[in-house]
Design a protein around this ligand. Structure first.
Ligand code: ATP
Ligand code: MG
Length: 290
């Protein structure tokens, strides 16, 4: 096993049967003795990602879907910005999924995300996703009742059914050559409190502060239960969850970058081969090109 694999292995869940969120420490920093060492690795990782993305694009076979879920202030936006900072913007799309629109609610719940799955050769990022359907919607069942579903289809099995349908959808994507990686940025309640205070005090961050986020904090335990059930029910070989410690942003970013690199390296990406006829043509043009 590669050195990289060892770094991310403790956080990768491919079989959720024994998964317990309490076994994961949001303040974990692995074996890193200092922030600087992790940041050096991240810097190299960003460069490596850029090379891999070029090949992904040129080869035009695989698509990559990265899903980010987390409590507020866990660092989704900053992680996406840092990890993807070396990537050619033409090869990457980010979609944020907020409260569903009236048009969204007139469709099945996978509809709005379905339209944004990545093209072959590209990296698609979901900042929140259809997983909100088993998180916020589960914590606040009133959202479920706004979804215009026939009432007889809403029963106690609904979450189990959603897990099954999500697993089937992800298996379908993976069988089509869409590589799926899912990141849960696992922040502690105390670190979230500190980040909210920071947003209140720092003029550069005040725009980020939302009273609604403080309201959601009251449902902390319900969310943790929903996350635990979600991860234990939707972790698979073809679409693993990474439970990424998120109390130290430098560690979060390093783990996410390494997880993406590790997965892309397993794809054996390469530039398309130039055949003999094309080589001959190139040689001919080259010789005429003084
Ligand atoms: P920011 O970092 O800017 O706060 P954000 O992702 O938290 O980013 P917001 O606009 O603050 O964006 O929040 C989006 C809200 O939409 C979240 O509270 C989320 O739970 C909610 N949401 C997303 N999908 C659904 C859904 N399917 N049903 C109901 N609510 C949803
Ligand atoms: Mg928010």
């Amino acid at each position: 096993m590669s050195k990289m694999n060892k770094l991310i292995e403790p956080y990768r869940i491919t079989d959720g049967r024994k998964f317990r969120l309490k076994d994961f420490d949001p303040a974990d920093t692995g074996n890193f003795k200092s922030k600087e060492k992790a940041e050096e690795l991240l810097e190299r990782g960003v460069a490596r990602l850029s090379e891999l993305q070029e090949k992904l694009y040129a080869q035009d076979q695989w698509g990559v879907l990265l899903i980010f879920q987390a409590m507020d202030a866990a660092g989704k936006d900053g992680t996406i910005a840092h990890v993807m900072s070396g990537i050619n913007p033409q090869g990457c799309d980010v979609h944020s999924f907020k409260s569903p629109s009236a048009e969204d609610l007139d469709h099945d719940y996978l509809w709005r995300t379905n339209r944004h799955t990545p093209e072959r050769g590209r990296i698609g990022i979901f900042n929140r996703s259809y997983y909100e359907e088993v998180l916020v919607v589960r914590v606040h069942p009133e959202f479920l009742h706004k979804q215009k579903m026939p009432p007889q289809l809403i029963d106690k099995n609904i979450w189990q059914h959603r897990f099954e349908d999500i697993n089937a959808f992800e298996r379908y994507l993976s069988r089509n050559g869409i590589l799926i990686l899912k990141f849960f940025l696992h922040v502690s309640k105390d670190a979230q409190r500190k980040r909210f205070l920071d947003r209140l005090d720092d003029p550069a961050k005040q725009w980020k502060f939302s009273g609604a986020d403080v309201e959601e904090r009251k449902f902390w335990d319900d969310y943790q239960d929903a996350y635990e059930d979600m991860i234990s029910s939707t972790s698979t070989e073809h679409a693993p969850w990474f439970v990424v410690p998120a109390d130290h942003k430098w560690f979060t970013r390093t783990i996410v970058a390494e997880a993406i690199i590790d997965a892309l390296e397993s794809l054996d990406l390469h530039f398309p081969k130039v055949d003999a006829a094309k080589k001959k043509e190139l040689a001919k043009i080259r010789s005429a090109f003084a």
